[in-house]
Design a protein around this ligand. Structure first.
Ligand code: FES
Ligand code: FE
Length: 385
């Protein structure tokens, strides 16, 4: 019998070069994903998240964040419907009182049946958790999967010492795959032509680049992150949008010296890195964490080298006053609107056959094929039962 899939199984066979990517409608399994910012999960409080369709609860217990599946092993109710934590390191199900330890998920008591054999033997699923750079990462995958280092699942540079990270997350009503694809889309700069960020930083941005197939780099070493980098080496940039030879729209151009020295890249499982965004010396790391087939949580984060607490405090202020309104609200939200507008079309599996890509969209194909080559597993409906 054919294994269940989130996509139409009849279409799967046709996507032989990027079948796994096509099938990964709800994401790739066996990867680390950011769940929240560290400051969002405070000691003693419980936070709910859905990642790859899996509902989970997070709680900080004596400084350490723990994560468990948000579903009781007894009769399946969601703990989050009525959270009951009588001690710091346990959670009790509000239905029959099964009580689980946060650190290993083991049943440590059943209030109405204290002599049950389930006590000490059965457990609810727990997720490995790691904190880095002010973010909480959760490993979503198979129980017997050998857990890779976090450094393999984040873009190079993200974990560098002496950097400070600022950002926020929002829920975007679009499939997660539209996120990284927007980040490495060669010809979508047209979308950003009126962003207030460009005027504020006095940086030029063409409407697009001529496709130059030697400008990208595949990063596929066995012992590190897997990604595709677009170096934007193309000399040919288009600043004038013309109809019948007449310029009707222009990309902001502050002269050749004002070219933004950016390059962007996409990394498994679902992150885009843009060096030089929103301005020189700052790097964007943007995650698109699958929630379900039609939505993802987007973490928009900016990283800057900071050698002292004073530098970090200054960057925090700079983020709040300048980069949040201009870089996030005034630029990245333009991409969010585009993704949400694409969603109706891409909600149909056939869309991935009917889209009208052109040769300048070749970065998208590099990304899709890279994901398929290195996928550690695809989330399927069977993983959610
Ligand atoms: Fe949770 Fe019964 S459903 S204890
Ligand atoms: Fe964009």
């Amino acid at each position: 019998m054919m294994a269940k899939s989130f996509v139409d199984p009849d279409l799967l066979a046709n996507k032989k070069h990027w079948r796994e990517y096509f099938e990964a409608k709800v994401g790739f399994r066996n990867y680390w994903y950011p769940a929240c910012f560290a400051h969002e999960v405070l000691e003693g409080e419980v936070l709910t998240r859905t990642i790859l369709g899996e509902g989970m609860l997070l709680r900080r217990v004596r400084g350490q964040v723990r994560a468990i599946r948000d579903r009781c092993i007894h009769r399946g109710v969601k703990f989050s419907d009525k959270v009951e934590c009588y001690t710091p390191d346990t959670i009790s199900c509000w239905y029959h009182g099964f009580t689980f330890r946060w650190d290993d998920g083991v049943v440590c008591s059943i209030f109405g049946a204290p002599e049950s054999s389930a006590v000490g033997t059965r457990r609810v699923k727990t997720y490995p958790v790691q904190e880095a750079k002010g973010m909480v990462f959760v490993f979503v995958g198979d129980a017997n999967f050998e857990i890779p280092p976090l450094a393999h699942d984040v873009p190079p540079g993200f974990l560098d010492d002496n950097t400070a990270l600022e950002g926020e997350s929002i829920i975007v009503r679009a499939n997660w795959r539209l996120g990284p694809e927007g980040g490495i889309d060669e010809i979508h700069r047209y979308l950003h032509r009126d962003s207030p960020l460009l005027v504020n930083t006095s940086k030029s941005m063409p409407l697009g680049h001529a496709a130059a197939r030697d400008q990208f780099e595949l990063v596929e070493r066995a012992d590190g992150p897997k990604g595709v980098i677009d170096h934007f080496k193309a000399e040919k940039m288009f600043f004038d949008g013309q109809i019948d030879g007449k310029t009707v729209v222009k990309g902001p151009n502050f002269g050749p010296g004002a070219r933004r020295p950016v390059y962007s890249s996409a990394w498994l499982p679902s992150c885009v890195k843009v060096v030089g965004f929103p301005d020189e010396g700052i790097t964007l790391f943007e995650w698109y964490v699958p929630i379900d087939e039609v939505s993802h949580r987007c973490f928009m984060t900016l990283s800057k080298p900071c050698n002292s607490a004073g530098d970090a405090a200054e960057f925090k202020e700079e983020f709040k006053l300048r980069w949040k309104p201009l870089g996030l609200d005034g630029f990245l939200m333009q991409d969010v609107r585009a993704r949400e507008s694409q969603q109706q079309f891409y909600s149909h599996d056939r869309a991935w056959f009917e889209e009208g890509l052109v040769e300048d969209d070749f970065m998208l194909m590099q990304w899709r094929k890279l994901c398929s080559r290195h996928s550690r597993g695809v989330q399927t409906p069977d993983h959610l039962v």
